[in-house]
Write a protein that binds this ligand. Structure first.
Ligand SMILES: [Mg+2]
Length: 322
């Protein structure tokens, strides 16, 4: 590295995010000091992004920076938690000023948007790898978890599903959409919008929640297994963007919206009696929410169309999710 670790961190990251009053000591000492409010439980999540594995090789530095924080923010959304403090470990093939400036702009843009302060970092030389650890808090007893779905709960998802999967299909030239749709879909992959406000609003209302990082079937199944319940999913109620609707058959029908990951939307379950309250409250935030099924006593995930016709997951190779 041509710049020392200290210089790198100081030059591009020292004052790039917000200055939170609960940070007693930020970047510059051996460790950071910060204070959670009284009556709060600490929440932590960590994610590593590796070039070529978690993002395509030609991804812009700004998008990598944004996304590295956004995937952690999405985990916080799923817990109903308030994000607050982040640390960043950056492995780079070389210290490239221009790349670091752009990365910092992407990362710190997301940090400012969600009121997160970068409180420490580490840099090493090697293949491009970004690890972000995010810490925050939730009022004692109010964290949303995967293991609390109850039979009778309605299953909701935010936003539209399959867009990030469609972005990858577009990058591989598997299909074509209009230029405007292409821009929208690529932004869904490179700039996911973590549903942090939704998660916080759901603290008193949802029984269980998860963020959709591995695909709806896989992530919903995590909730069902942890909660020891089953569900029926109405496949054609799963919300799609107009871009995905226009090429759905070309890209394998319901495969993308049901199994593609990286959308970072929320999937949550709500008791029937709280339906009106949830729809009213979450209607205030950007991004729609859609009821896609019902939690049931009988274990397993059953998929059908609203016509009543069964959706055979086994034919499409989804059988291992059942
Ligand atoms: Mg998650």
């Amino acid at each position: 590295m041509s710049l020392s670790e200290f210089q790198l961190i100081d030059k591009f990251f020292a004052h790039c995010s917000v200055e939170r009053s609960d940070v007693l000591l930020g970047i510059g000492d051996d460790a950071a000091l910060f204070k959670a409010p009284a009556g709060a439980t600490l929440v932590a999540a960590v994610d590593t992004l590796v070039e070529g594995v978690h993002f395509p090789n030609n991804t812009s530095a700004a998008d990598i920076g944004y996304r590295a924080l956004a995937v952690n923010l999405s985990d916080f959304a799923a817990m109903g938690a308030e994000p607050a403090w982040a640390t960043l470990a950056l492995t780079l093939p070389r210290a490239d000023d221009e790349w670091l400036r752009e990365f910092s702009a992407g990362f710190c843009g997301a940090a400012r948007q969600y009121n997160v302060q970068l409180v420490g970092g580490d840099t090493t030389k090697g293949s491009l790898t970004v690890t972000v650890q995010l810490t925050g808090y939730v009022p004692d007893g109010y964290a949303l978890r995967r293991d609390a779905a109850k039979p009778g709960d309605l299953i909701y998802v935010t936003g539209t599903l399959g867009d990030a999967g469609l972005a990858l299909a577009l990058l591989e030239d598997q299909c074509k959409v209009t230029r405007q749709q292409q821009e929208y879909v690529l932004s869904r992959f490179y700039r996911p919008q973590p549903r942090v406000q939704h998660g916080i609003a759901l603290r008193n209302l949802a029984n269980a929640a998860i963020d959709i990082s591995d695909g709806l079937l896989a992530d919903l199944n995590h909730v069902l297994t942890a909660s020891q319940v089953g569900a029926t999913l109405i496949v054609d109620h799963v919300p799609l963007s107009t871009a995905l609707q226009s090429v759905l058959q070309t890209v394998g029908g319901w495969r993308l919206p049901l199994t593609a990951g990286d959308d970072y939307e929320l999937c949550f379950t709500v008791p029937q009696e709280k339906k009106a309250e949830v729809e009213h409250l979450l209607g205030r935030y950007p991004g729609s929410m859609t009821c896609v099924g019902t939690v049931e006593n009988e274990m397993g995930l059953r998929c059908q169309f609203s016509s009543g016709q069964q959706f055979e997951t086994s034919e499409s190779g989804y059988d291992h999710f059942r």
